[in-house]
Design a protein around this ligand. Structure first.
Ligand SMILES: O=P(O)(O)OC[C@@H](O)[C@@H](O)c1c[nH]c2ccccc12
Length: 257
């Protein structure tokens, strides 16, 4: 059983305890659409990630609001918040706190298998959800995509190979993320972005986002050169003493030191 299988199994158990509906009671600061931001300029989707199955603890004690404000202040295109508790030590509370504090798009980073999680993410202030092609049956992927779309959410569709990319395109996904990390083996390589960028229809109006494994801002520049319009960065920003400078360097607002 791969780690992805294991996470999905846990997730299916976990969500049985969720409430049946999440009324949208709280108002969060308005946020633009990530697709509009990325069509205008390249950007860093900056992640709040306390821990991960592949790396263990990264920064368990992070002040998520403080971290998110630094990201936003440096011009992050969006903020991604891990909400999975068991494997990533995040929470829906982390997401709420961030969504209240910032005016950039907020991505609920979790393993979606059901509509109820999507409602919960939106009620917690997320404007984007993630759907991982490798984790879903075609029918589930399509159903969850349509559902999130009908709620006015943006959907980042994550792919890892050419077959998955075709599925994302067939769905009509506008935000397509190439995960450089294989969620089954943990192997990481920017080659995944290189390979799928060759097959990507850049004139289609969709944008390519290169996810994971950016060790430094030079990696982000490489991803942009390959055609990515956005990069999704977690660990490097969480470990950086100056995440704001990292983001500015990655977007070319500040020279590398
Ligand atoms: O910390 P990194 O290597 O910069 O990666 C960030 C992000 O891409 C990664 O957290 C991620 C990408 N897809 C996911 C799906 C589920 C959980 C996590 C992820």
């Amino acid at each position: 059983m791969t780690i992805l299988d294991k996470i999905m199994e846990t997730k299916r158990q976990e969500i049985t305890a969720y409430e049946n509906s999440y009324p949208k009671t709280e108002r969060y600061p308005d946020k633009p659409k990530l697709i509009d931001t990325l069509r205008k300029s390249r950007g860093v989707i900056s992640e709040i990630k306390r821990a991960s199955p592949s790396k263990g603890a990264i920064r368990m004690e992070v002040d998520v609001v403080e971290q998110a404000r630094q990201y936003e202040g440096a011009g992050a295109a969006a903020i991604s918040v891990l909400t999975d508790e068991q494997y990533f030590k995040g929470s829906i509370e982390d997401l709420k706190k961030v969504a209240r504090a910032v005016s950039v798009p907020v991505l609920c980073k979790d393993f979606m298998v059901s509509e109820i999680q999507i409602e919960r993410a939106q009620a917690a202030g997320a404007t984007i959800i993630l759907l991982i092609v490798a984790a879903l049956k075609d029918e589930e992927l399509e159903r969850l995509f349509r559902y999130a779309d009908s709620l006015g959410l943006e959907i980042l569709v994550e792919v890892h190979d050419a077959v998955e990319l075709e599925k994302a395109v067939a769905l009509g996904a506008k935000l397509i993320g190439v995960n450089n990390r294989n969620l089954k083996t943990f192997e990481v390589s920017l080659e995944r972005t290189a390979e799928l960028a060759e097959k990507f229809a850049f004139d289609s109006g969709s944008v390519l986002i290169s996810e994971s494994g950016m060790n430094d801002t030079a990696d982000a520049h490489k991803a942009y050169e390959l055609g990515a319009q956005g990069v999704l960065v977690g660990e490097a920003l969480m470990r950086s003493e100056n995440p704001a400078a990292w983001i500015r360097q990655a977007t070319g607002q500040e020279a590398a030191q």
